[in-house]
Design a protein around this ligand. Structure first.
Ligand SMILES: [Zn+2]
Length: 144
């Protein structure tokens, strides 16, 4: 088993290789020096989505949402809270389906909010509907 893992920087999108022992020690990006974990979900676009989902060795939890969706706005602070609880074991990210319609279509997102959990570049679980932070955390841990 490997004792290091790859993490994609949320700021510059460089792929970092990090000893697992440093994961929970506030690691910084070797390229841009920004924190690799900020306690905030990362906004993904068509340009960055594939890299984060396929190159991160930690699972990536994606919230597909839109600004016109009331339940999405309601869940947003819960998702931020879930990020602070799940990092650095899981990367949390958001996709604005209105700004990025091709991503929503590619993953067949029919209702929002939808949470999709990716591991090793593959979607392993999906859940639709607004959830509280604790329920998000519990759901993710059940899948992993
Ligand atoms: Zn960086």
């Amino acid at each position: 088993m490997s004792d290091s893992l790859h993490l994609v920087c949320p700021s510059c999108h460089a792929v970092n290789r990090l000893p697992i022992s440093r994961l929970d020690q506030g690691p910084r990006c070797g390229q841009c020096r920004q924190a690799l974990f900020t306690g905030q979900p990362l906004e993904l676009t068509g340009a960055t989505f594939g890299k984060h989902v396929s190159r991160n060795d930690i699972p990536v939890l994606v919230d597909f949402w839109a600004s016109w969706c009331g339940p999405c706005r309601m869940m947003a602070p819960q998702f931020v809270r879930a990020a602070s609880l799940l990092e650095p074991q899981v990367r949390l990210a958001k996709v604005d389906t209105e700004a990025e319609p091709t991503l929503g279509a590619r993953y067949g997102i029919r209702s929002i909010p939808t949470l999709a959990l990716f591991k090793g570049g593959r979607e392993i679980a999906r859940q639709s509907g607004a959830m509280a932070a604790q329920d998000i955390v519990r759901w993710v841990r059940t899948q992993l």
